[in-house]
Design a protein around this ligand. Structure first.
Ligand SMILES: Cc1cc2nc3c(=O)[nH]c(=O)nc-3n(C[C@H](O)[C@H](O)[C@H](O)COP(=O)(O)OP(=O)(O)OC[C@H]3O[C@@H](n4cnc5c(N)ncnc54)[C@H](O)[C@@H]3O)c2cc1C
Length: 388
């Protein structure tokens, strides 16, 4: 029957794509339906992401997920090719640079120990070396920096489309309809009800609805700590150009900036209420961000704000890390969300992990049990220092 599937995924973003791809690639033989409310992905988080990827996290689980995903992204264009057509994703490997002051340097020195033990390449630069590496920076207030040479950024929309096309090619079904509610009976998943009133049945439902995941989970009375958190990005043209490509550079103030072609993209993790709000506040740039940029480099003193955009983090407001796994109170209900600002880079690993859990009942490639939803009740939080 057309309204019965073995597995339903809610949301058709990068998490859904990676999960469905891994299931199908690794031999899952059941039928899969992916419900996506907007086939243009206008407000979805994946295409609004910066596509930054790095390995310089502070917890073992995040580092391992980064390392796995990095390998996937390096081969993605070939792996997702269909009939010999490469799935181009424009991976620019210009590194991440963390600028450090007297407060943050000791923290990063500690983090580097775990990174080194897991084989992450990261280089500590003193103040002079930082200036040599990035000559236009004012470094007087800095003690130095850490450079992650394997990091960079990838075009997120291309990755999303790569997964979507490959999943369709492998037999997954994308259904462009909005899900109104998840359905259950006696603590077991039975399917979903669409906004248009139709019902689709499945014994397994995966919540991959990103910033909307918390709201959808409430339709079966289960709270997961995920809310929409607006993040804004601004693209500027500086009158005086920088000599070299700017890596993803994190300032101690919380600002970050990087080159995008001849322009510079700037972001700042400011405090905003949890809401579905996509407004770009130019005044934030003019009043708060620009003065800080101009302090960091004279090249930012004269610039034109050309454009910008806002998107939503699928924000885990408890410990800011992914939630992956089954829900203990509902048979057949799985979650893959809450990635906050690092979902794009962890999607390949997350999809692989959850596909193993669904197919085999256990994690094989990376043990992701630390990311279970149970961790909140047990107060076993993931304390990641390097998230922004
Ligand atoms: C400005 C910004 C910058 C970012 N930068 C980075 C970065 O540099 N690196 C990084 O790793 N991560 C970054 N992220 C985070 C990353 O983009 C997200 O964690 C990731 O894209 C989440 O993927 P997703 O598939 O869960 O969500 P989405 O891409 O939002 O997909 C969820 C989908 O669910 C659909 N949906 C929702 N409700 C329903 C419903 N009821 N019925 C049907 N469909 C529904 C939505 O339309 C959406 O398409 C950034 C995010 C933002 C906003």
């Amino acid at each position: 029957m057309r309204n019965r599937f073995d597995l339903i995924i809610l949301g058709g973003g990068i998490m859904a794509g990676s999960l469905a791809y891994n299931l199908l690639k690794d031999g899952y033989t059941g039928s899969i339906a992916i419900f996506e409310k907007d086939r243009t992905y206008e407000y979805s988080s994946t295409p609004r992401s910066e596509g930054g990827i790095r390995q310089t996290f502070s917890t073992e689980i995040n580092i391992k997920m980064s390392q796995y995903s990095y390998q996937v992204y390096k081969n993605f264009e070939k792996e997702m090719a269909i009939d010999g057509d490469l799935s181009l994703i424009d991976f620019k490997q210009h590194g991440y640079l963390y600028l450090l002051n007297s407060k943050t340097l000791p923290i990063y020195k500690e983090i580097m120990k775990i990174q080194e033990s897991l084989g992450v390449r990261a280089e500590l630069l003193n103040q002079k070396e930082t200036k040599e590496f990035f000559p236009e920076l004012n470094v007087e207030d800095l003690e130095g920096s850490v450079f992650d040479p394997d990091a960079g950024n990838i075009d997120p929309y291309s990755v999303l489309q790569g997964y979507v096309k490959q999943v369709k090619n492998m037999g997954g079904n994308y259904i462009y309809q909005e899900v109104q509610a998840i359905l259950s009976e006696q603590q077991k998943i039975t399917g979903v009800k669409l906004k248009n009133g139709e019902i689709y049945y499945a014994p397994v439902v995966v919540n991959a609805a990103g910033a909307w995941a918390g709201e959808l989970s409430q339709t079966i009375g289960l709270d997961i700590p995920v809310k929409p958190l607006r993040r804004q990005l601004f693209s500027v043209d500086t009158k005086k150009k920088f000599q070299n490509h700017i890596p993803f550079t994190f300032d101690p103030t919380g600002l970050h900036f990087r080159s995008e072609g001849s322009k510079v993209v700037v972001g700042w993790a400011n405090d905003v209420p949890y809401e579905y709000n996509f407004r770009l506040e130019k005044s934030l740039f003019e009043d708060k961000i620009w003065p800080v940029l101009a302090e960091r480099s004279p090249n930012f003193e004269q610039l034109k704000l050309e454009r910008g955009w806002a998107g939503l983090y699928d924000y885990n407001y408890i410990d800011h890390n992914a939630i992956i796994g089954g829900h203990p109170s509902m048979e057949g209900y799985y979650i893959i969300t809450g990635f906050s600002g690092h979902g794009f880079q962890h999607a390949p690993a997350a999809g692989k992990g959850l596909s193993e859990l669904i197919r085999l009942g256990k994690f094989e490639t990376i043990d992701m049990s630390a990311l279970s939803v149970e961790r909140f009740a047990k107060n076993q939080l993931i304390l990641e220092t390097a998230v922004f």
